[in-house]
Design a protein around this ligand. Structure first.
Ligand code: MG
Length: 238
């Protein structure tokens, strides 16, 4: 792609490099993509592989309830036609997942690369294109509508990002009354954005639903072609 400026500047974007000449000087900028230290992390012993990752191979969607989501030869699964739930239920757990957001420059706010990890279908850890914005309760890394991320750890859209989520389910007494809130730690791209954050109750659209001690993991369809890959989960014992 050729570039030109009103002052006679010229350049090109080719093979991952931007070369340009302006005011008698030449420069070259290489395309860079940040990488998470947790990218392609292997499942530990005892983990359930929810979405196996093998480069060049479409993953099996056997662990998921919504067959409309697309498995691709790049090893990923893409959001389509409704939320997608795990077939299995989990209590306390450690979850690893990787996501890649589409580049949607026309979108604004919640309309760019929106998806989410709905724990038990009740508590959403937001997934959104929040690159470069102020952390708040609707942004990526937030416990949606409750707690903003401690800092913005987002990569630009088009990069693979990682979530490592450690979740402690709410506790109930003998009468079924909640004795302790759920708590969540979220590490995004190697940065702790939630640290044992109490989850006071269901978030966003799930508000008012009864809380439970175990449930499915639900990935949100918010009509954005977000990709997921290398998803595994390990149950944690007290
Ligand atoms: Mg969402």
């Amino acid at each position: 792609m050729a570039l030109s400026g009103a002052g006679g500047e010229k350049g090109a974007i080719e093979n991952g490099k931007l070369t340009a000449e302006a005011a008698g000087a030449k420069f070259v900028l290489a395309r860079t993509a940040p990488r998470s230290p947790a990218e392609l992390q292997k499942p530990p012993p005892g983990a359930v592989v929810l979405l196996p990752y093998e480069p060049g191979k479409a993953p099996s969607l056997d662990e998921w309830t919504n067959g409309a989501w697309q498995a691709s030869a790049d090893g990923s699964m893409t959001v389509a036609k409704g939320d997608n739930l795990t077939k299995r239920r989990f209590g306390d757990f450690q979850l690893h997942l990787e996501f890649r957001l589409p580049f949607e420059p026309q979108g604004k706010g919640q309309g760019r690369g929106n998806s989410g990890v709905y724990i038990f279908g009740l508590y959403e850890i937001q997934i959104l294109d929040s690159f470069g914005v102020e952390p708040e309760v609707h942004q990526c890394g937030a416990v949606y509508t409750q707690t903003p991320p401690r800092q913005n750890a987002c990569f630009p859209p088009g990069c693979w990002q990682t979530y490592d989520i450690t979740f402690r389910a709410p506790r109930f007494d003998a009468d079924g009354k909640k004795a302790a809130d759920a708590a969540v730690t979220v590490v995004q791209n190697g940065v702790t954005v939630q640290d044992k954050t109490p989850v006071r109750g269901p978030t966003g659209a799930a508000r008012g639903k009864p809380e439970v001690k175990s449930g499915q993991i639900r990935l949100q369809d918010h009509q954005h072609p977000v990709k997921y890959r290398n998803v595994w989960i390990k149950e944690l014992k007290d």
